[in-house]
Design a binder for this molecule. Structure first.
Ligand SMILES: C[S@@+](CC[C@H](N)C(=O)[O-])C[C@H]1O[C@@H](n2cnc3c(N)ncnc32)[C@H](O)[C@@H]1O
Length: 281
């Protein structure tokens, strides 16, 4: 046993061997596509220690025995514990400026016969991303009579439930630009805010693992998949972006996170700059 492991076992409430971490790592990859490097070991220990307490277990050997069974109930809790759900309203605000100033006006012209727009927020976390999209959509009077639908999905069932409720701590609303604040209803106590119905009704929240089959009918005009693939390895990213291209209209747009790019990953998109892409084949 290395010194590092010895040190850990002294400080830690539960012992976690390298074999335990390897098992967790393999399962995380198989269930979610998330690649856990050795650097994440402490973080994963902290997140899963809560599960050991909840289940009244003595150590990670016992926990690994539980998650080793196929289709066990603990897998959902395991997945919910290992995902990183960091998000915010109007995160990477230039994407929402692009929607308002360029993409939505273009779609209003392009889709004027069908009067239909389909949007997907894939890996939506607690909902701030799809609500930000919906607030931008709601500022277009022309779209009031259109059939606009936003699908918001995530594999973490806790965050999907939170997004669906549309209730947040008051301070979460701070990044919402002034012109969109009217879509937030502040609670009488001033502690929480609720997204108003005219915005909520545009979105359907659903649990969905991006590695699995997508039970989707029809193509999307644009897809947001931001700060999700950063946790995936290259082969998983390649497959996913290929599937996104297939799921977009011929000239559909894809928005990815600030530290992500499609260079050498997919040749099916043209970069429009600032992590905005357009399908070309
Ligand atoms: C850091 S959050 C990004 C949230 C939002 N897109 C944003 O940029 O603010 C990443 C989300 O991806 C989700 N995720 C990770 N692996 C996934 C998978 N295989 N299928 C679906 N969602 C996944 C996580 O549960 C998490 O909520």
């Amino acid at each position: 046993m290395s010194m590092t492991q010895l040190d850990h076992s002294k400080q830690r409430e539960f012992s976690m061997t390298s074999a335990n971490f390897q098992k967790i790592k393999v399962l995380a990859y198989r269930l979610t596509g998330i690649h856990l490097s050795e650097l994440k070991e402490n973080m994963i220990y902290g997140r899963l220690a809560r599960r050991l307490r909840a289940l009244n277990l003595d150590d990670f050997n016992q926990y690994c025995d539980i998650i080793d069974t196929d289709h066990c109930a603990e897998h959902a809790e395991f997945i919910n514990s290992i995902t990183t759900n960091l998000t915010a309203f109007f995160r990477e605000n230039h994407h929402f400026d692009f929607l308002r100033q360029q993409l939505l006006p273009q779609l209003i012209e392009k889709n004027k016969v069908s009067k239909k727009i389909r949007i997907w927020s894939a890996g939506c976390s607690t909902g701030e991303e799809p609500y930000s999209i919906a607030m931008v959509v709601a500022t277009f009077p022309a779209l009031k009579s259109w059939d606009v639908k936003i699908l918001a999905t995530d594999l973490d069932t806790n965050v999907v439930a939170k997004g669906s409720a549309g209730v947040y701590a008051h301070e979460r609303g701070e990044p919402v630009p002034k012109e969109y604040q009217r879509f937030l209803q502040i609670d009488k106590s001033g502690e929480s805010l609720k997204i108003k119905d005219e915005v909520r009704q545009l979105i359907s929240f659903k649990p969905l693992n991006l590695l699995h089959e997508w039970p989707l009918s029809g193509l999307f005009d644009f897809i947001f998949c931001r700060n999700v693939v950063i946790y995936f390895d290259l082969p998983t990213q390649k497959k996913l972006f290929d599937r996104y291209a297939n799921q977009l209209t011929e000239t559909g747009h894809l928005f990815i996170g600030h530290s992500e790019n499609l260079h050498k990953i997919s040749d099916r998109f043209n970069s429009l700059g600032r992590t905005i892409y357009q399908r070309i084949k």
